[in-house]
Design a protein around this ligand. Structure first.
Ligand code: ZN
Length: 303
């Protein structure tokens, strides 16, 4: 259960500065409201670069006057950004630092998601109907219940080409009238008749409130690692940037260990495992035969 207790009245609304700038991770701000949220101290600032959990993307974490920011969320009543702190901060002004590694990872994956979603539209006419980003996995849900391996590979290839072309990624805000005339992948309900759009030059235009990289090259690499059928939908798991590198390092290490253990090359690993399984089956059959012979009356010898 969420509980809110307003301790300082204020009519000001905090400015979400991350809408204009995803790269600032150190800033000063004025405290305009102090609250208690689920028993923990919380602050509302006059402006913030902290992204609150929303739209499938987790919040930023960091510090405020050296006190840890443990959660950031949108106030359910007035839409303000609430910074939940580990301990009380009594100052009226704060120096804030956002955990850059976490923020950049979110920027890479969120922009990567836009590119991959558009790639699936172009390659397989598959629309994205869900997005989930967490420290352990990043997935999109497609409105198709099957895709061929070739379609997956083509979408992955196209996504990486867009990344390597280092195209600009720009945010802009449009009004209700303009929305109808734009080639948006999907049109969500606009707040106050205005919508924030993310445009990947000559490739994708999507309504989104998240944090993104300025050029696609910063994503580095996008790799699809899993496909899972979920009813009438397909869940695609993928990794970008540093997480894709970590995945490659881990898998490379596993392959290197296996090639050493099986004294074979990486390309022959699969054949070597099939051979091992066949040998194992054969040995098992042989063992059973021998055991049967040893146990049957005809095979006993009398002395
Ligand atoms: Zn986005």
């Amino acid at each position: 259960m969420q509980s809110f207790q307003i301790m300082l009245e204020s009519t000001l609304m905090s400015e979400r500065a991350y809408y204009e700038d995803s790269y600032t991770n150190r800033f000063k701000a004025v405290v305009i409201e102090r609250l208690v949220h689920d028993g923990r101290p919380a602050l509302i600032l006059d402006r913030t670069y902290f992204y609150p959990t929303s739209g499938g993307q987790p919040c930023d974490l960091g510090k405020m006057n050296d006190v840890s920011v443990v959660d950031v969320l949108v106030h359910p009543q007035n839409g303000d950004v609430l910074h939940i702190l580990e301990n009380e901060v009594s100052a009226d002004q704060v120096k804030a630092v956002i955990d850059w590694q976490r923020r950049f990872d979110h920027m890479q994956h969120h922009t990567g998601q836009h590119i991959l979603s558009q790639a699936f539209v172009q390659i397989a006419a598959a629309e994205t109907v869900g997005f989930h980003l967490s420290p352990s996995s990043v997935t999109i849900d497609l409105d198709k219940n099957s895709l061929s391996q070739a379609q997956r590979e083509e979408a992955e290839q196209l996504a990486n080409e867009i990344i390597w072309q280092n195209r600009p990624v720009k945010a802009r805000t449009v009004n209700q009238k303009e929305i109808q005339s734009l080639p948006l992948r999907k049109i969500p309900p606009a707040r106050d008749g205005r919508l924030r759009l993310i445009e990947i030059a000559d490739f994708d235009l999507t309504a989104c409130g998240g944090t993104h990289v300025a050029r696609t090259g910063e994503i580095g690499l996008l790799k699809i690692i899993k496909q899972e059928k979920r009813g009438e939908k397909l869940r695609i798991e993928f990794r970008c940037g540093h997480r894709a590198l970590l995945d490659y390092q881990q898998k490379h290490q596993i392959v290197t260990q296996l090639t050493t253990q099986l004294t074979t090359g990486a390309n022959e690993l699969s054949t070597a495992v099939v051979r091992l399984q066949a040998d194992n089956k054969q040995s098992h059959r042989q063992l059973k035969k021998t055991a049967r012979r040893a146990g049957s009356p005809g095979s006993t010898t009398t002395h």
